[in-house]
Each structure stands twice: as C-alpha cells, then as structure tokens.
Design a protein around this ligand. Structure first.
Ligand code: PEP
Length: 247
C-alpha cells in the first residue's frame, strides 16, 4: 500500500471577517519555517473563500469548504453546492461534522448524498464521524461510528476521494481529548470500513501540546483542527508533529 502523506486541516468554523481571514491566511504562510512534511488545508467560512483562496494562491496550502448541499444548483436558499465550492477554488469539503449532524439534524443518508455531490464536483470529501459522551459511556462508541460509516459512505469511495475524520463529539471544542489507546482502537476499527489507503484524521481539541502523541499513532493520518487552527503558530506547530509519513 502506498504511504500517504499526512493531512492537517484547519476548520475555521463561523469565525472571521475578510480582514481577519486574509491576515490569518498570510500568517499561516509566513510561519512555515520549512517545507511541511504534511499536506495543509484550511476551511474558512464561505464568505472568506475568495479572500483566503487569493491569499493562499501559490502557497501549496489547499482550500476547503465546511459543508455543501447535495444538489448542484436550485431553489435552496442559503445553501452552497459542491460545484460552487469547486468554482471558488476548493479541493476538499468537510461533510457530516457533528455541528451539522447535531445542530442541523443531518442524518447519515443526507451526508451520503452530500458526499455524492462533492464527488460530482471533483471535491475530496472529509467525512466526520464520532460518538457522543453518553454513547461512549454506554460502550457503544465503535458501533455508533461503524453505523455512521456504513450509512454515510456511498459506493465508489476510494482513497483519493474520501478522507475520514474521527471526531468524538464530546472532544470537539471542549479541551478534552480521547486517550491515545481509544484513538488507536477507533482508528483501527474505522480502517476496516473504508477503502484501502484512505486517510483517517483525528479531531477533537487537537493542540500543540497533544498533537505529537496523537499524530504519532500508526493509524492516525493527520488531524482536523478547529480552535487551534485560528492561531497560525499553533496550526504550524501541530503540522510539525507530522514528522513521519503516514504508514
Ligand atoms: C472541529 O471543529 O472539527 C474540531 C475538532 O474542533 P476543535 O479542534 O476546536 O475541538
């Protein structure tokens, strides 16, 4: 199996006005003190795609969306299609993030349709899965994630068009992280349900202090970073923890 380069992706969520977005993108470029040993991706809010895409042009840092509608166009007020993201310069789109699943009632079936839409537009889908705290406490974490994977991944998934992000819901934005043992066990389980060679990112309060341990695990092929990606130095420090290519 080909060795995959790790990916560190920043999910800026609903943060930043144009001036902030451009400044953060420029700072991400400026803090790189060497060639990164991983791929870098930033996913700003939709209003900043053009600004951030412009600031990142030629940097090798990829641009991604945070969600898309399943349809290519139409009467869907407030939504954005995968084609629109691609047109804005995106190569990736985050889908099924827990803030979408829980805040917008997105089901596995809806996420699946969105992934089909992303592929239609030529985007790489970053599929987020993860259990809630009560599901983990009930010993159901692995079953929950397996069910999400089975329900969300369409036929036609490959290691080139799909990346999975394991993000325990209780770890997102809370400062809590799963233990290294739990991360390793979940990633090994996810590995059995996805195409050979597909990357599995870990997400959930990844920061400069815990990144080396997490990114050093054999089945962790990168990180999806929320809060810490809003600070360019922290984002770069996390990226620097990807010293070795993913196995
Ligand atoms: C996320 O939004 O995907 C995320 C992991 O956020 P945070 O790093 O802030 O927990």
């Amino acid at each position: 199996m080909a060795v995959r380069t790790k990916l560190v992706a920043g999910n800026w969520k609903m943060n930043g006005l144009r001036e902030d977005g451009a400044a953060l993108a420029r700072r991400v470029i400026a803090v790189r003190r060497s060639s990164p040993t991983c791929e870098l991706l930033v996913c700003p809010p939709a209003t900043l795609l053009a600004t951030v895409g412009g600031a990142l042009a030629g940097s090798g840092i990829a641009l991604g969306g945070q969600d898309c509608h399943a349809a290519p166009k139409g009467a869907y007020t407030g939504d954005i299609s995968a084609e629109m993201l691609a047109d804005a310069g995106c190569s990736h789109v985050i889908l099924g993030h827990s803030e979408r699943r829980h805040g917008h009632n997105e089901s596995d079936a809806m996420v699946r349709e969105k992934i089909i839409g992303a592929w239609r537009a030529g985007l790489i889908a970053i599929l987020c899965v993860g259990e809630t705290q009560s599901q983990r406490q009930a010993g159901r974490a692995t079953d929950v994630v397996s069910t999400q994977l089975a329900g969300s991944i369409p036929d036609g998934a490959t290691s080139d068009n799909l990346i999975v992000a394991y993000e325990p819901v209780w770890a997102i934005g809370t400062g809590l992280t799963a233990t290294l043992e739990d991360i390793a066990a979940m990633h090994a389980s996810v590995r059995t349900s996805i195409p050979v060679g597909a990357r599995i990112l870990y997400g959930g309060s990844v920061n400069p202090q815990n990144a080396a341990g997490i990114l050093g695990l054999g089945d962790v092929n990168g990180a999806l970073v929320g809060g810490a990606s809003l600070d360019a130095d922290s984002f770069w420090t996390i990226a620097c923890c990807c010293a070795e290519p993913a196995a």
